[in-house]
Design a protein around this ligand. Structure first.
Ligand SMILES: *Cc1c(COP(=O)(O)O)cnc(C)c1O
Length: 245
């Protein structure tokens, strides 16, 4: 059975662990298939499971099924999820993927293992004085705005390299690559090809900044075909989200 993102799905907290396992395996199989079709090694693709709005028990269940990369989109929920993820351990990481407010940036930067949504110089400035102690620099990707509507987050494509340079000058941050959300109604292959083109330009400045965080439940196959290294998948695995807490 394949995970059809258009079919209504029960929230995971109320479903049998076997159902959760089934969805996870179905998505993993589809990632493997999409990778094979693109001539890519699936080992180079990280599936981040987005657990926003779901209870901590879902994090526990997913961790038990081998998930190690978790994603959240807003503080303070992300702080509680990060604490749980780190308690469960065994290499488990919390990725912050939502729009970040300047006045929360340092708090998020302290507990998150990666922030995918760096999209303006003022965030870099706020994070420049981040002190993570032993944990070392914070993994950071630049969120790109593919449609130029920066109200939804993201740096305009023609400003991405300048922002990358700001991150590279900031010792508390480690530039890992780029992130994007395909615009609603977009041709996703084209949108993600654009992300890959910007990624190539950024890698000329920072060769190891090779993360391409792109692809959600409805478009991850397209993202894999265009080189995505980090998929951010929620509902196809977790079921529909409960309403915002
Ligand atoms: C919620 C969210 C996702 C996951 O979306 P699904 O459609 O549930 O897979 C991915 N990326 C970001 C930035 C999100 O906020």
């Amino acid at each position: 059975m394949s995970a059809d993102a258009s079919a209504p799905l029960e929230p995971a907290a109320t479903v049998d662990p076997d159902v959760l396992r089934g969805r996870l395996e179905a998505v993993r199989a589809e990632i493997d298939e999409a990778a094979a079709a693109a001539g890519r090694d699936p080992a180079g693709i990280t599936c981040i499971v987005i657990t926003k709005f779901h209870p901590l028990e879902l994090v526990d269940a997913l961790h038990g099924l081998g998930v190690r990369d978790f994603g959240e989109n807003r503080h303070p929920e992300s702080r509680d999820k990060a604490a749980r993820v780190h308690e469960l351990g065994d290499g488990a990481r919390l990725h912050f993927v939502g729009q970040l407010q300047r006045n929360k940036a340092r708090q998020v930067g302290r507990y998150a293992d990666a922030v995918h949504s760096i999209d303006r110089p003022e965030l870099v400035e706020a994070l420049a004085t981040l002190d993570r102690g032993e944990r070392g620099p914070l993994d950071a990707t630049l969120q790109l705005s593919l449609d130029g509507d920066t109200a939804r987050g993201g740096v305009p494509l023609d400003a991405a390299e300048a922002l990358a340079e700001r991150v590279l000058e900031t010792p508390s941050l480690r530039l890992r690559g780029v992130m994007a959300v395909a615009p609603i109604g977009a041709d996703t292959d084209r949108a993600f090809a654009e992300v890959r083109a910007v990624s190539e330009r950024i890698r000329r400045l920072a060769p190891d900044a090779d993360w391409i965080s792109a692809g959600m439940s409805h478009d991850f196959r397209s993202a894999v075909s265009q080189g995505a290294t980090h998929l951010r998948i929620g509902t196809a695995i977790t079921g529909n989200r409960p309403s915002a807490p």
